[in-house]
Design a protein around this ligand. Structure first.
Ligand code: 1CP
Length: 344
């Protein structure tokens, strides 16, 4: 392993004096240079599918801040599109997709091996990045977890409570599970292709894991992630995998062991002291400063950053936010967070 890649060292279990740091949605609308490149691309999906521009926005936060990791610029909803769903973005509102609620909707989806036709520009972005990133910066690839991706495919949009997906899993379990299996298989192929193109770590975003409770959490959050991790470990031994079961609460306990993830990313609804005791005991954790501090800044940002550093100081830790940075964030506050992590 490259000695100068701090992110890989933390993922291998090393406890560093200064943890590596990167930020969810670090390429995004809070940065003027991102807004300019997005304007040049025309729309969000063109930005995702134009390798030179997607690589450019991935590099922007690395140039500005020198983060320890770069995350490929793409979106979790490219996989549904590659499986044949219609996908478009409504300005100011978010993603829209054709819905999957009946057997014929599912039957119209493409087979897993067809996904590369749509996704090959993403692999090209990864290849560009692995050439252009500074040698100390780790390149992270990613995909959505099957449950989270399914919530969008079923509802056709983001939903506050994932109601349509919960309804389908109760009313037509066979169809729901077939959809989950298709997404799981596609995700394995997609992440494998990213690794073959040069991704050094991959992250699985289960942003809506928190709405699965009890046995449903085990079946639909843990199990698909375990299948993905196992397949990736067989094909690409040594490539670390980060899991993010957002708002899992008590579900974070034992999650790394149950899924095989090398690192569990924590949202900011869990106290770092609690997570150090109950989650970090099993290995590396990532997180978990509330992204609202990137808007409000000041002493509260510094104090909370130091609290998180202290709480996780005895085990392997990657500093990050608890969720993505928001468009109203102040770029100066990002610098303040980095200075606090690196400078004490
Ligand atoms: O206007 C814009 O420029 C679009 C905003 C945007 C961006 C910057 C979207 C639309 N996606 C992205 C990029 C993105 N999405 C990345 C790139 C790398 C980085 O972090 O810098 C990543 C990792 C994602 C992942 C993603 N997309 C998730 C999982 C993480 C999370 O935030 O919970 C989810 C749920 C999505 C779906 C999505 N894409 C975009 C939006 C606005 C949403 C959320 C939709 C909703 O539920 O309302």
């Amino acid at each position: 392993m490259a000695e100068n890649k701090k992110l890989l060292r933390a993922l291998a279990g090393e406890v560093l004096d200064t943890p590596p740091i990167w930020m969810m949605r670090q390429a995004g609308r809070y940065l003027p240079e991102y807004r300019a490149t997005r304007e040049q691309a025309g729309d969000f999906l063109s930005l995702c599918y134009t390798p030179d521009l997607a690589a450019e926005v991935t590099l922007q936060p690395i140039r500005r801040y020198g983060f320890d990791a770069a995350i490929l610029f793409a979106d979790i909803l490219l996989v549904p599109q590659a499986l044949g769903a219609d996908l478009w973005f409504v300005t100011g509102e978010g993603p829209r997709l054709s819905t999957i609620t009946q057997q014929p909707d599912f039957d119209a989806l493409k087979p897993v091996d067809a996904i590369h036709e749509t996704l090959s520009p993403v692999y090209e972005t990864v290849r560009i990045l692995s050439r252009e990133l500074p040698s100390e910066t780790t390149l992270i690839g990613f995909a959505g977890a099957p449950w989270t991706v399914a919530t969008y495919m079923i509802a056709g949009r983001g939903t506050p409570d994932q109601g349509p997906a919960h309804a389908l899993r109760e009313e037509n379990t066979a169809l729901f599970e077939a959809l989950l299996d298709r997404i799981t298989a596609a995700t394995i192929e997609y992440l494998s292709a990213q690794i073959e193109a040069g991704a050094e770590v991959v992250k699985v975003f289960d942003s809506w894991a928190g709405s699965l409770k009890g046995e449903a959490f085990t079946k639909y959050a843990v199990e698909p992630c375990r299948i993905i991790t196992q397949a990736l470990k067989e094909r690409h031994p040594g490539i670390p995998v980060i899991g993010f079961p957002r708002e899992a609460g008590e579900g974070y306990v034992g999650f790394a062991k149950a899924t095989g993830f090398d690192c569990v990313a924590l949202d900011n609804s869990v106290a770092p002291e609690w997570a150090a005791e109950h989650v970090q005991v099993d290995g590396c954790v990532q997180g978990n400063l509330a992204s609202s501090h990137m808007v409000t800044g000041g002493q509260a940002l510094v104090d909370e950053t130091r609290r998180i550093l202290r709480a996780f100081s005895k085990g392997p830790h990657i500093f990050n936010l608890g969720h993505g940075i928001t468009p109203d964030a102040d770029p100066e506050n990002v610098q303040l967070m980095i200075d606090t992590v690196r400078g004490g």
